[in-house]
Ligand binder design. Structure first.
Ligand code: ADP
Ligand code: MG
Length: 617
């Protein structure tokens, strides 16, 4: 048989390698910024357009490249950072694989300009999909500028796979955070579509964190320091009361390299044991310094995973260091921060006599307990409204899919005949409960054909979702005025999103009196929203907008309604009174689409007497 094995041409090999190195614009950002840092830059500028899909450019003032090196840098396995396999165990640079530039050049239009300090002129190289298009002499400042345009221009499948600009920008910002947090001694700026979204002067670590996450972060940070033979730890953890619902602010750096480690993350969580409210995650910004010989960072192409020789010791040290800091902070909350007046906000919260908002979950919060929580606009008239809405049960059913029709045929309430009197007379209502709650999770109700089992969390989500949608699109919801304005702090990017959603939020009952650079002032909230939940709802909303929704299906209104319904719906585990159970059942069946939750999951199932009978055979 003839020989059939061939070596892949370079450009094909590069495209394949690119698949590993470059998943999205954020990967390009990471590689280019890391190269700039390895080149000894003190000032790095990141410029992107359309979340990096059209352009990612990094300009540094590092050591630059010679004419030959400039050309060679795009070859695969071309690196100036290691010479032999032994060097892998002494790594002090971020790159070492010599793959990034070759990979990026295989799938984009790249323009490199570079000049070394001692030279008068520099080199400009253009490459498109691994093909050298031009190389010429240019006048350019010391350092390197690499512009990567039209990412994945030659791989449409990959390009189509990219998410919305909102999502891709989030990834770019995440990557940017990871790089800039590891290097407070380098100054960074970041421009998206011409607007300057970060400007980070060189500073100490605390200031860098504050410059990124907002002035209010300062008071949330507890320093962590530990210096042992095997490990040096420095950085900060967030105070427990500021723990977030989302895992956003969790950063480990090992020898200045951002890494992910579920194991070390666990060490921190366990140090916070007993201090956090359910479902929240601590923030942390921790730098670990270890001997490079004791780690292996070579196990993952994008290098965010790492292998330690002695993980158990690191775990124990980390846990105890964090515990120690939290303990100290409880007794004596000291600030080790040289105050920098540029970090001050333009107004003084304390002087305003407003206590700082805390993310606090009212565990006993029950939207059914207080009738004002029952239903947005007309909370107190809920019961008497039911007879009218009750018809809603049948409205639109004809147009529903057959499945639903079938389901619904079975859903005939036992008490149907007495509907009118049932709801006209509260006393009688009390006597005719047909619901039962099991495991604080499901509500079981008898229906004519058998029984119905409803998931309380999903059902309530459906109810709230339709109500919020109604408020946003048809009639504005009532707002309850707050006695004292609420100040909530957000990063500038988060505020951009809040501004986008402002009108919709106002329709649900939020009243913003002021949206500033780093905070919003809220003077009214929806009737159904307790004040203590406001910051959680907005935080959840922002994370939903940033992470979950591609542009094509993006409807801000819908997303907002979904997100708020998710945050406010009664949870699994919450015990409900009989009348609350009954109300939930009734309200669900007054919805337009009672059979699924806003995220398209079943809200209830039914089981006929026949089916039950069969089970007893
Ligand atoms: P690696 O970083 O793994 O060495 P890259 O493909 O990212 O591989 O870069 C290849 C080489 O190009 C680097 O080793 C370095 O010598 C050179 N290089 C890349 N970017 C820069 C830059 N911004 N300034 C100076 N040299 C650079
Ligand atoms: Mg590199």
């Amino acid at each position: 048989m003839a020989d059939i094995i061939q070596l892949l041409p370079d450009h094909v090999a590069n495209q394949i390698a690119a698949g590993e190195v470059v998943q999205r614009p954020a990967s390009v950002v990471k590689e280019l910024m890391e190269n700039a840092i390895d080149a000894g830059a003190t000032t790095i500028k990141l410029i992107i357009k359309d979340a990096g899909k059209t352009l990612v450019q990094v300009i540094d003032d590092g050591k630059g490249m010679s004419v030959t090196d400039a050309r060679l840098s795009f070859e695969r396995h071309a690196t100036s950072k290691i010479r032999s396999a032994d060097d892998l165990f002494q790594l002090h640079t971020k790159g070492f694989r010599g793959e990034a530039l070759a990979s990026i050049a295989a799938i984009a239009h790249v323009e490199l300009k570079t000049k070394q300090e001692q030279e008068d002129v520099g080199t400009c190289i253009e490459i498109e999909g691994s093909n050298f298009v031009a190389q010429e002499v240019v006048v350019t400042p010391k350092g390197t500028s690499i512009a990567v345009k039209n990412l994945f221009f030659n791989i449409p499948a990959r390009r189509n796979f990219l998410k919305s600009n909102t999502v891709e920008l989030r990834h770019v910002i995440d990557e940017f955070h990871r790089v800039v947090l590891a290097h407070p001694n380098i100054s960074f700026s970041f421009f998206n579509n011409g607007s300057n979204i970060f400007n980070l002067p060189t500073s100490n670590y605390r200031q860098r964190i504050v410059n990124i996450f907002g002035a209010k972060t300062n008071e949330k940070l507890v320093p962590v320091e530990e210096d042992t033979e095997v490990l040096k730890i420095s950085g900060f953890v967030g105070k427990p009361e500021f723990a977030k619902k989302t895992r956003g602010e969790q950063y480990f750096f090992v020898n200045d390299r951002f890494i992910k480690s579920a194991y070390l993350n666990h060490a921190i969580s366990s140090a916070f044991d007993g201090l956090l409210k359910g479902g929240t995650h601590p923030s942390y910004f921790l730098n670990l310094t270890v001997n490079p010989q004791t780690i292996d960072i070579n196990i993952h192409p994008t290098k965010t995973e790492i292998k330690f020789d002695d993980e158990h010791t690191l775990y124990a040290l980390l846990r105890s260091a964090v515990k120690h800091s939290l303990g100290q902070f409880n007794i004596a909350p000291v600030l080790d921060f040289d105050r920098d007046s540029t970090l001050d906000t333009p107004y003084n919260y304390k002087a305003n006599g407003v206590s700082s908002p805390k993310v606090e979950v009212d565990k006993s919060f029950n939207p059914f307990k207080d009738s004002t929580n029952l239903g947005g606009n007309h909370p107190r008239t809920f019961k008497t409204q039911i007879p009218n809405n009750w018809d809603g049960l049948y409205v639109g059913l004809e147009s529903k899919g057959n499945d639903f029709q079938k389901d619904f045929d079975e859903v005939q309430f036992e008490s149907e005949e007495s509907t009118v009197s049932l709801f006209d007379d509260d006393k009688q209502l009390d006597q005719t409960y047909t619901t039962h709650q099991i495991h604080n999770k499901y509500i079981v109700s008898t229906i004519k054909s058998g029984m119905l089992v409803m998931d309380q969390h999903r059902a309530h989500q459906r109810v709230l979702y339709e109500e919020f949608l109604q408020n946003m699109t048809v009639n504005k919801a009532a707002s309850q005025q707050l006695l004292f304005p609420l100040y909530l702090h957000f990063t500038p990017q988060e505020l951009v999103l809040i501004k986008q959603l402002q009108t919709d939020l106002e329709h649900t009952g939020f009243v913003f009196s002021n949206i500033l650079n780093e905070s919003v002032e809220i003077i009214g909230v929806p009737v159904s929203v307790p004040e203590s939940e406001v910051s959680i709802i907005l935080e959840q909303l922002i994370s939903d907008v940033e992470n979950e929704v591609p542009d094509s299906h993006f409807s801000a209104t819908d997303l907002l309604a979904k997100s708020m319904a998710k945050s406010l719906a009664i949870k699994t585990g919450q015990s409900l009174e009989k009348d609350e159970q009954e109300h939930l059942v009734n309200r669900l069946f007054a919805c337009k689409e009672p059979n699924v939750s806003p995220t398209n999951r079943k809200t209830f199932i039914t089981m006929s007497v026949d089916e039950l009978d069969k089970k007893f055979i």
